[in-house]
Design a protein around this ligand. Structure first.
Ligand SMILES: [Zn+2]
Length: 239
């Protein structure tokens, strides 16, 4: 069953990737997968990972990538600020989501358990957990900004503003993440998701609907953040 699920997810990812990337080929040197959208009007592309200049032609429908040269004057920043700055949002956001999921689980369990039992003794910590989740959420949003701008700086100097489909996706995904995560934060900050007193989701219809929207926003944001991180990893390690 897990194998079947994995294959379905792989097929889904491949389908989305084909739609966004179109035809792809691999760099003959480092094997990084590149898109035909990355090739300029003269049929040339510089591999963002290894700096090889590749000429791309199509022979009988097959993409042929030929190594021409190596980019020698490549900007090599001493302080790699972008990979460093990505660790805070990538590290904190999943924990914010995890704590929110714990509070969701607690909202199902705690109304039915005795406050005097062992599990009930944790009741007083739930509002603090909601605050920590909210703090991690806004911290990851705020620290995505330096990650975003140092990424743009790298693209400007290291990649000389060349258009790569991977970098376009990273920029668009970062902006979408900022919007979705900020909406999730404002919902949580307004006390519409978790009650300020108990830390649990209130059982009114409005609160349940807002909580459902909040968890959907958090889930989609997590997928987007994982995609940004994964693509960034490809630009560093290739595979
Ligand atoms: Zn390469």
């Amino acid at each position: 069953m897990i194998d079947g699920l994995e294959k379905s997810i792989d097929r889904l990812i491949e389908g989305v990737k084909t739609k966004i990337y179109g035809n792809t080929f691999r760099c003959p040197v480092c094997h990084l997968e590149l898109s035909m959208h990355d090739v300029n009007g003269k049929g040339l592309v510089v591999c963002p990972l290894c700096g090889i200049v590749i000429e791309v032609t199509t022979v009988f429908g097959h993409i042929l990538a030929v190594v021409h040269d190596v980019e020698i004057k490549r900007h090599q920043p001493k302080m790699r600020l972008h990979p460093l700055s990505t660790h805070i949002p990538l590290g904190l956001f999943p924990f914010s989501f995890l704590l929110s999921l714990l509070l969701l689980l607690a909202s199902f369990i705690f109304p039915f358990i005795d406050n005097q039992c062992f599990l009930g003794s944790f009741y007083h910590y739930l509002s603090a957990l909601a605050n920590i989740s909210q703090f991690m959420l806004i911290t990851s949003v705020v620290f995505l900004l330096p990650a975003f701008f140092t990424g743009l700086y790298d693209w400007y100097f290291r990649y000389e503003k060349r258009r790569y489909r991977t970098i376009d996706i990273k920029i668009v995904c970062s902006l979408i993440f900022l919007v979705l995560a900020l909406i999730a934060f404002f919902l949580q900050n307004a006390g519409l998701v978790f009650s300020a007193e108990t830390g649990l989701i209130a059982t009114t219809f409005e609160n349940i609907v807002v909580a459902a929207i909040y968890f959907l926003l958090m889930f989609v944001s997590l997928i987007i953040l994982a995609t940004i991180g994964h693509l960034g990893g490809l630009l560093v390690f290739g595979k």
